[in-house]
Design a protein around this ligand. Structure first.
Ligand code: GLU
Length: 381
């Protein structure tokens, strides 16, 4: 892929995750916010939004911004000091984003996630649907790790990996990691004058990993190794990922104008990758048997509603994979159930409008949303 095609990936993507490293946002010496830079980013985000593109921000900087307010000024902080600094810094970070985005008519919504939220299925689904609801409402989610509760063994520790997970979680088309490194080289360019820049990577091989070792920056915690972990998560989810230098005032404009970046190119797209995951990776925990009306609706690309379900087998939980079958036992597809087996038994055969009365809460309208459903007869698209 040439530079023009890479550039157009950013201008044509529907959903874009942008990761902002601490070193861009926070002045290392003074621990203060680099407001002019943030204003440039806000203008970039407003331009993307103006084109109808959806943007999710994953921002570091809470610890770097918060530490001086707690007078934690000396060198490397202990874990609990970092967690405390994040608490003091996050409130300032979120405020700064809100202040700079609001003049562009953009609503920023803070979401703090832990590693567990991206690994535990039900929490993953909750996080995913909150993010999709925010995006659908036109807001820009501002995500950071929930540093105050995430302890050493269970934390991401760096937002590169968090950004890769978020990109997969929201089925983003493009993920851009902005930091003070401009991409991947064949060797560390600070140590080896013969190091060559790599424009494009289509597989994170051990050879590529070897190139990443040792490269990194001071202020944030992510180096090139964590960026490759992010790339692996992103491309497996069908998302194109860029590592780019964010130091200029309009870092996204720079990429749109053909500025250099290392692009990781996926083999599939987010929709197909998600459907493959549902069809191929997850073990079905139960069966939904549907009537002819539902079968017809599914074939025209509609979601599966409770009204079309005649019987439920198995003991699945919300978010588990289930098989969808006809009354004569033919498998017609598989998908993620929006309700547990117990709740599904209560609402089967009923209208969506009755769900709240039957269950005492208002869940999803569909039993399986069409984005979470894969039909057996080649319905991968
Ligand atoms: N979550 C940390 C913060 O906001 C930063 C993690 C990283 O360096 O990427 O300060």
């Amino acid at each position: 892929m040439n530079a023009a095609a890479q550039t157009s990936a950013l201008t044509t993507a529907r959903r874009i995750v942008v990761k902002i490293g601490s070193s861009l946002l926070v002045d290392a010496e003074r621990g203060s916010l680099r407001r002019a830079w943030l204003e440039g980013l806000a203008a970039d985000v407003a331009r993307l939004k103006g084109r109808g593109q959806e943007v999710v921000l994953v921002s570091s900087g809470a610890i770097a911004l918060g530490r001086r307010h707690l007078k934690f000024t000396d060198g490397e902080l202990r874990l609990e000091e970092k967690q405390a600094a994040a608490a003091a810094g996050m409130i300032r970070l979120a405020h700064a984003y809100q202040e700079t985005m609001e003049p562009h008519g953009i609503t920023v919504a803070q979401v703090l996630l832990t590693l567990d939220d991206s690994e535990n299925r039900r929490r993953y689904l909750n996080a995913r649907s909150t993010l999709l609801t925010l995006i659908g409402a036109g807001a820009v989610p501002l995500i950071n790790e929930n540093d105050t509760v995430a302890t050493d063994e269970i934390r991401f520790g760096d937002n590169d990996r968090l950004a890769g997970r978020v990109a997969a979680m929201v089925s983003a088309d493009v993920c851009v990691l902005l930091s003070d490194v401009d991409g991947l080289y064949t060797a560390d360019p600070r140590a080896d004058a013969a190091a060559k820049f790599i424009d494009e990577v289509d597989d994170v091989t051990p050879e590529i990993e070897a190139m990443a070792e040792g490269a990194g920056s001071k202020l944030g915690s992510g180096g090139m190794v964590t960026k490759l972990i992010a790339a692996r998560a992103a491309i497996a989810a069908g998302c194109r990922m860029a590592i780019a230098d964010g130091r200029e005032t309009h870092p996204l404009k720079r990429i749109e104008d053909g500025g250099r970046a290392t692009w990781f190119v996926p083999r599939s797209n987010p929709k197909a990758a998600r459907k493959l995951w549902i069809a191929g990776t997850l073990k079905p925990e139960g069966v939904l048997i549907v009537d002819d009306g539902a079968l017809k609706a599914l074939k025209t690309g509609k979601s599966l509603l409770p009204a079309g379900i005649v019987r439920i087998e198995g003991g699945f939980r919300r978010g588990d994979a289930v098989l969808v079958k006809t009354a004569d036992g033919r498998e017609i597809g598989r998908g993620l159930s929006a309700y547990s087996a117990d709740d599904a038994r209560l609402i089967k055969g009923h209208k969506t409008s009755e769900i709240e009365t039957l269950l005492g809460y208002r869940g999803r309208d569909e039993m399986i949303h069409r984005d979470d459903l894969v039909l057996s007869d080649g319905g991968l698209g």
